[in-house]
Design a protein around this ligand. Sequence first.
Ligand code: SF4
Length: 276
Amino acid sequence: MLNNYFQHQAHIFDIECNFRCPDDCNAPGCRKADIIVEVTLFDLIRLGRFLTTSVSDLFSQYCHLGLMICEDNIRYKKLLIKMKKPCLFLSGNECVVHDAKPLNCKLFPESYHIMGLLPKLSKNPLFYTFPCLKKPIVISEKRKKALKKLRRMSLLEQALSHAYLFGVPSFIIDEKPLRKKLRRNHPKHRNLSLQDYDNLMNKFLKSYSFIESVMKKMSRLDAESEIKNLFEKLKDRVMMEHLMEKMVRPVVVHRLERNDIKQLKRSLYPPAICFM
Ligand code: SF4
């Protein structure tokens, strides 16, 4: 069943696909540490089948837990699984797992185009060296529909992966205590990078055995029966709708304290101003 799901995704991706990476591209997205490639458990399962490697081995060798800025409120960051950079699947400028690469790799840059985000992206200095963003991207209506479908699949996979590994579909971390500690540790360091946050956050998570618990859950997915259970959940529409809602509007944020993770009831959105 899961193989059919992956084949279905590959079929959707091929619909009226005309995009080709330019020959002069040296794969900056696969190299730059600041460009996040989020991976879901289903990406790891797909890669695992392609490479005949277990999910836990793939995670340990090629991925790590990291943070992404929450666009709705930059005080908060979201925990996710990231590809290590430079990606270890890169050989020269070629992706050696092209046919089984994560959905986020497949969707770039076309999905940004259909979301209307390409102008914003091309103004971001991180993306100045992307030759694919220098020319217009033409996408047929049929392909737009297909890409939207694939993106929705990717979001559902993300929500379920986070719920499975972290207990909630959106694990939001308050960055303020992390920033304070980083400032104390590196007083001369003017610009804190996302890697600084990732390193400190991983240290904290290791000390509370959070990483150990994530690894245990990853190892459970080395058994086909657990993969099947996870896939059954992905097919449960009611449960997935509920997870998606919680992913989009998280109401709990996490604060990493010296000995524990504290949960705080917070909304990422500022309260509406009421004049009455
Ligand atoms: S999986 Fe392939 S496309 Fe994705 S980041 Fe790695 S090398 Fe690049």
